[in-house]
Each structure stands twice: as C-alpha cells, then as structure tokens.
Design a protein around this ligand. Structure first.
Ligand SMILES: Cc1cc2nc3c(=O)[nH]c(=O)nc-3n(C[C@H](O)[C@H](O)[C@H](O)COP(=O)(O)OP(=O)(O)OC[C@H]3O[C@@H](n4cnc5c(N)ncnc54)[C@H](O)[C@@H]3O)c2cc1C
Ligand SMILES: NC(=O)c1ccc[n+]([C@@H]2O[C@H](COP(=O)([O-])OP(=O)(O)OC[C@H]3O[C@@H](n4cnc5c(N)ncnc54)[C@H](OP(=O)(O)O)[C@@H]3O)[C@@H](O)[C@H]2O)c1
Length: 424
C-alpha cells in the first residue's frame, strides 16, 4: 500500500491534504504547532490582506461576504478553520509533531525514486512513497550583516506583534517590503517617532482604484499584462504622484510595476506627507544606539524593527540535495519539483503575484498527477523530476508574475502528458 506524507498544516498544507484525500491516498500530515493556519496564528495585530476578499480564497470555497473587502489576519485564520472543518481535515493531522528529517531511501536509481524516510519529533521513523513539503517560506528571519553593533531593542517582523514590542520612542524600520510598510505605519499611528530605511525606490501601489480592488477592475482584463502595468502606473500617477512628492523617497530604479517588488500600501505615503514617518537611506554601520546612514547622517534609535524578509528554508532536508540560486531552491514543474529529486514535492515555495491560497491546490494537483503516474508504473516509479529538470527552465524566483507562473503550470501539464506516453 502506498503512503504519503504532508509537512505542515498551514494554507498550503491544508490544500495539499485535501487534494491528496480527494485522490483517495493514504496520507499522514504532520504539523509542528498545535493548530492549523500557519503564520496567520501569530502575525502582527495590524495585518490586513493586500489581496481582496473575493479573490483570496481557494477556488470553489470563497471567503464569506461578511468579511471586509480587505480581511484582517483573524478573518484569514477563521477562513482556514472553516476550510479545514468543511472538509474534515483537522482529524487527519498529527499536531505538535515536527518533521525533523527527510532522507531518500537507498536506491541505485534517481534520488527519491524509492521513496523517502521521514523522522518526526516524537522519534517515529516512517517510510513514504512521496513527501509533499508545505512548511512555508516566510518564517526563517533574514537579518543582513551590517558593520558594528546596535545595542537597543531589535525585533524581526516575523515575531513583531504590536507596538507593545517597541521600547522607547524612536523606532527605525529597516526594509520597505509589505512588512516594513505595515510596521512603519503601525508605529506612526501610535505616535512613535518613526523612520524607515528605503534603500531603493518602489512604486507604492494603492489597494484600490475607483474604490475597487485593483485586481477586480473588469476593464483592465481587456488589456495585455504590459498594458495593464502601464494603465496602473498612469492611475497611480494621478492618485499618489511620484517619489518627488515624498521627502527622502528614492526614485525607482525600474520603469514598470513588473520589474519591481509588489508593494501595496496607501498609508505609508500618507504618513510620510504628515511628517510622522521619515524616509532614510541604507545603513552604513551601527554604534550602540546610533545608526549611521549612507548619506552621512546619523541618529539615535531605541528600537529597530527588521523587516528584511525571510530565508526559504527546508531544515529537514540535507542541503547537498538542493541547488540554490540567491538562496532560493531551484525548481521546475511550476515550482513544485526541486531539481532532480523524485517523489518530493514543494507546495507553496512560490509567490506568484496576487492571492496565494488559489496557488496551492494547483500545485498540489501537479504533485497528485505525478504521484498517479508513479503509481501506475511497474515498480511504482517512472522518471519525472529528471526529465522536467532537463527540459524546463530552472525557476529561481519566489516573486514571479502570475501569468508567467500560470504558463509554467500549463507547460508542466503538457510535459507530464507527453511523459505519460513514454514507456516506464
Ligand atoms: C505578513 C504576511 C502577509 C501576507 N499577506 C498576504 C495577502 O494579503 N494575500 C495573500 O494571498 N497572501 C499573503 N501572504 C502570503 C502567505 O504566506 C500565504 O498566504 C500563506 O500563509 C503561506 O502558507 P504556507 O502554508 O505555505 O506557510 P505557513 O503559513 O508558514 O504554514 C506552514 C506550516 O507548516 C508548519 N511547519 C513548518 N515546518 C514544519 C515541520 N518541520 N514539521 C511540521 N510542520 C511544520 C508550520 O508550523 C506552519 O503551520 C502574506 C504573508 C505574510 C508573512
Ligand atoms: N499586508 C500584507 O498583505 C503583507 C504584509 C507583509 C508581508 N506580506 C508578504 O510577505 C512576503 C514577505 O514580505 P516582507 O516585506 O517581509 O519581505 P520582503 O518582501 O523580502 O522585503 C524585504 C525588504 O527588506 C529590505 N532589505 C533587505 N536587506 C536590507 C538592508 N541591508 N538594508 C535595508 N533594507 C534591506 C529589502 O530592500 P531591497 O528591495 O532594497 O532589497 C526589502 O525592502 C511578501 O510576499 C509580502 O507581499 C504581505
């Protein structure tokens, strides 16, 4: 009898578990915490989605209409509980049990072709015909190496909860991704003397145009992605102006939304113009409570909030099995398949722009299709990761345009269809 392992019961793990159960598989799902929902259990209190209610749910399981247009963190968590309850998933999950190692079973064939041995924190060792990894990629804090030492309070966005975590009055937020913008706004709204390091300019996109979420403007769908990018920039120009309208804001070093990171925040720019947030350039060094900036200025701060992102970590896998570029594991098969590793599937190791939950069932379906192809082959294996690795571009990005990732999905289904005709 074949048996599969799902690691994690966050949004990606839940979608994967449901897909695997729907396909009739015998599945063990291990969750290291005591709850479903992943990081939505402990994100900061001020967190609201940047994607809107009506597009962020899994396909076929919309978010309730009583949620606001941009749901709060707690709505998101409530939604995942509703999903887990609707499909009776919680009883299928082993909570408080971390997967500690995932090792390929010995074989003369390709790595993973004989399956994987999984060791969990309760000491149990089990062999599986396939492992579906959904451990998230936004939990291992990335803190850059900056000369000197800062001796004030330091908190990373992944563990920041609210302004109660801030000591003193002067706070420096380092990083201007969506976390950095949210944290700076949170501090400014509570009257902290708030500064934010923005070392390169972005287009800060508003959440709505004409009162509607950007992704729900029907007229935009008539245009190509490139035309949509141009129209959105024109509308932004009308609504927020340019970097010159915000003191200290660097000019974007790119010309289109597609080329820069997708930062969606109205309030950062609002509070900059109200003098409650000061924009600072990159940091040169620390000295006690003093921060020296690249423009030669320096200031004292009580607290630093690091909003410098996360490492994409797979701590239960031997790193020598993975190939990375810029710290990200290289993948094929719409980012599901780590290079040349058979029967190991990554669900959620991608951030195709737009809502994330709809991505996970699509990736889980690709894994399920590959699993079905293995199961229908003599000996329970046919080369799939190998042929995909040699025929597809090796994806190094997490942030990728949605239409490009969807093309990868189509190409992967086509490739698997062709491979299914090759004798195993
Ligand atoms: C602050 C923030 C705001 C966001 N806002 C949006 C938004 O507006 N719209 C949107 O669509 N997306 C948003 N996202 C993206 C978000 O990451 C995804 O929507 C989603 O939560 C990722 O789900 P996941 O299951 O991959 O990861 P997680 O939510 O991280 O879940 C992973 C789960 O795996 C478990 N786990 C990890 N390691 C192990 C192990 N070794 N053994 C067992 N269990 C393990 C963890 O305990 C956790 O429960 C946001 C992300 C962040 C951080
Ligand atoms: N409200 C929401 O929905 C919401 C909120 C938070 C996060 N998210 C999502 O969660 C994911 C992670 O976002 P994130 O903001 O935590 O991480 P992120 O997108 O990786 O952003 C990290 C930021 O840190 C900056 N940085 C890195 N090293 C630096 C250094 N040495 N000095 C100064 N700045 C430095 C980067 O600047 P450079 O660009 O210059 O490298 C970047 O602005 C994203 O997908 C995001 O959309 C969503």
């Amino acid at each position: 009898m074949t048996r599969y392992c799902v690691i994690g019961a966050g949004p990606a793990g839940l979608a994967t578990l449901k897909t695997m159960l729907d396909e009739g598989h015998d599945v063990d799902c291990f969750e290291k915490s005591d709850a479903i929902g992943g990081h939505w259990n402990h994100d900061y209190d001020a967190l609201h989605l940047i994607t809107s209610r009506d597009v962020t749910g899994y396909e076929g399981f919309p978010m309730p209409q009583e949620y606001p247009l941009f749901p709060h963190r707690d709505h998101m968590l409530d939604y995942f509980h509703r999903f887990a309850d609707a499909f009776d998933l919680k009883g299928r999950i082993t909570f408080n049990t971390a997967v500690e190692s995932v090792v390929p079973l010995p074989t003369d064939g390709p790595i993973g072709s004989a399956g994987w041995r999984v060791t969990t924190s309760d000491g149990a060792v089990r062999d599986y015909d396939g492992v579906l990894v959904a451990n998230g990629h936004l939990w291992d804090p990335k803190i850059p190496d900056i000369p000197g030492e800062f001796t004030g309070t330091q908190v990373h966005s992944g563990s920041y909860r609210n302004t109660g975590d801030i000591d003193g009055k002067r706070v420096l937020v380092i990083g201007s991704g969506n976390s950095g913008c949210d944290l700076a706004v949170d501090a400014a709204q509570q009257h902290f003397d708030t500064h934010i390091v923005i070392r390169r300019g972005h287009f800060f996109q508003p959440k709505t145009f004409f009162g509607r979420p950007r992704s729900e403007l029907a007229f935009l769908t008539e245009f190509t992605p490139e035309e949509q990018d141009l129209i959105a920039r024109l509308m932004m120009r009308l609504k927020v102006g340019t970097h010159d309208d915000y003191p200290g804001m660097p000019e974007p070093d790119h010309g289109t939304l597609a080329e820069g990171p997708p930062i969606v925040n109205d309030l950062l720019l609002y509070w900059i113009q109200h003098g409650r947030i000061t924009v600072r350039p990159g940091i040169e060094r620390f000295d006690g409570h003093t921060v020296h900036f690249a423009d030669g200025t320096s200031d004292e701060f009580d607290t630093i909030l690091w909003a410098t992102g996360f490492h994409a970590s797979l701590p239960f896998l031997d790193e020598s099995l993975l190939q990375r570029r810029d710290g990200i594991p290289l993948r094929v098969g719409a980012a599901v398949v780590p290079l040349d590793l058979e029967k190991l599937y990554l669900i959620g190791m991608i951030g195709a722009r737009g809502p994330q939950p709809p991505i996970y069932p699509i990736q889980a379906q690709i894994a399920a299709k590959m699993i079905a192809m293995h199961e229908s082959s003599a000996g329970g294996f046919r080369p799939l990761a190998g042929p995909l690795t040699s025929s597809q571009e090796h994806e190094w990005r997490i942030d990728i345009l949605r239409h490009i990732w969807l093309e990868q999905v189509d190409r992967t289904h086509d490739a698997l269809r062709l491979l299914s005709h090759v004798p195993a």
